[in-house]
Design a protein. Structure first.
Length: 71
């Protein structure tokens, strides 16, 4: 399943670090974090999508404390 989300990330470097951290999560097929548009596209396994999304938010916050996924 592939979905796009509005996010909050403070800089382009942080966006890259967040993207790398989320990509390392089991079940993530692909992720794109765009600092300029403040959007994240997450492609993850359908059966674990909600759990992966929660893990992605935690991983993002470890990299940048102000990171959030707006729903």
């Amino acid at each position: 399943m592939k979905k796009a989300f509005k996010i909050e990330v403070d800089c382009a470097n942080c966006a890259l670090k967040v993207e790398d951290a989320i990509r390392a999560i089991d079940g993530v097929n692909d992720v794109k974090v765009n600092f300029l548009t403040q959007r994240m596209t997450l492609d993850a396994a359908d059966d674990r999508f909600d759990a992966v999304l929660k893990e992605a938010e935690k991983a993002g916050k470890k990299v940048e404390k102000d990171f959030s996924i707006l729903r």
